[in-house]
Design a protein around this ligand. Sequence first.
Ligand SMILES: *Cc1c(COP(=O)(O)O)cnc(C)c1O
Length: 416
Amino acid sequence: MEIWHPFTQHGLNEDIIEIDTSYDEFLITKSGEKIIDGISSWWVNTLGHKNPNISKAIKNETGKLHQIIFAGFVHNPAKNVAKNLSKFLPNDYSHIFFSDSGSTSVEVALKMAVGYHFNNGKNKSKIVAMEHSYHGDTFGGMSSGARSVFNEPYTKMLFDVEHIPYPAPGKEEITIDVYKKLLQKEGDKISAIILEPLVLGSGGMFFYKPFVIEELYKLSKEYDVIFALDEVMTGFGRTGTMFAFNQTNIIPDIICLSKGLTGGSIPLAATVCKKEIYDAYLSNDKAKMFFHSSSYTANPIACAAANANLEIWQNTDVLADVKRINNFYHSQFERFKNHPVQNIRALGDIFAFEVEHSGNNYTSNTGTKLYNFYRKNGILLRPLGNTIYVMPPYCIKEESLNKIFDTVEASLQKCL
Ligand SMILES: *Cc1c(COP(=O)(O)O)cnc(C)c1O
């Protein structure tokens, strides 16, 4: 039996690289080659590979407890995640629900929101999301996300979601207006809006302004619509603050966390909600409980990794590194001025631009050509269609950043 890889067209004989070990911003191949991980291994790794404190916490916990049933049982690592995460969140959040991936944290958020209205005796089950958004590859995630080549075979099976336009710079009012009209028309049927805050990741690293989130939140509250933010990618410093919503003056009703929750070491996810949502399920009627579970809910080893990660956030200035990287990005804008690129932008740990002269979609060949060029030069970058982006672990050294940017500049001469 052979391995079927995710987002991989095996028919194109894509080279599959065997990684033996990793540390900091480096992946070391079986043959000893050092690759700079410029995309944090698909956005999960925040602090650097194999962070020693996280490794130690995992090792210690394996000697104590592996998985146990989480209905009717609890353990210290899970209690500590609730306690430690609270330190970074407003008091408005009363409960944390564990699952095991970004997609499941979104499914939980959607089910929580729809069930909230159901338990309150309301027939509100419609979901609103944003154009170009990505919320995972499960059916709820795909339904909420953009309809694209990613999910074309399944289109008919996806449930109906209203997509509001992406609030491109200068076009924010259109988005707000479309949402307002939608609420006026069928606000009594809408249960929740789910958004990737400040940056649409898989959609192409499109940024938008914090005030849009504030306006959409205000409107949602007028119509009793649950406001959920999918912080799976943005959480844990990616946008320059611990959570993207920290750049707004609102407190979303639900937030979804996963990727950076364990620093990128081991799978864990959390859906955090306000008290009014939890309260809608609180009853002496068993039919009103929240019917959801993953077998590996709140895995103790994963919780221990999350606690080690949260301790690092508590005791060190992680965001100073994000700021350092962001400053570096801004120092690089100049060098791309005379190249065929557009929309050079940076937000926190994320740098991106679009290259011209290529198909504007995920399957375009330019992306593959660029990927192979980076790969040959010891850099892991995976362009999204014609969007080239960089999103490294925060421990990345200046030398590695320079190597990434030299290689990206060279790629514009060699591959376009
Ligand atoms: C990655 C991602 C997901 C899906 O997370 P998985 O752990 O891959 O299931 C959901 N939402 C956003 C915004 C993501 O970036």
